[in-house]
Unconditional design. Structure first.
Ligand code: SF4
Length: 76
């Protein structure tokens, strides 16, 4: 299983993730941070979603593009 963990508190709103994978990331007009769609809020603004193997590239690319490294792609 592949999980994506997103530490939303630290987002600086650069928009890279939403440019790369707009089906998964949307910029919030209210606070300027990115929102990970179809995710579950765990605690302290940490969001997690499960990803199918054929979608993982979107998240790896999003993670690589994030200037502060707050998108983690983890194989469990
Ligand atoms: S790439 Fe990182 S810092 Fe930029 S909007 Fe996405 S989560 Fe936020």
């Amino acid at each position: 299983m592949i999980q994506v963990i997103y530490y939303r508190d630290k987002c600086i709103g650069c928009g890279s993730c939403a440019d790369i994978a707009p089906d998964w990331w949307v910029m919030d007009e209210q606070d300027g941070k990115s929102t990970l769609l179809k995710s579950v809020h765990k605690r302290n603004n940490i969001f997690i979603t499960k990803v199918e193997a054929d979608e993982v590239d979107y998240f790896v690319n999003s993670s690589d593009s994030c200037p502060i490294g707050i998108i983690e792609v983890r194989t469990c």
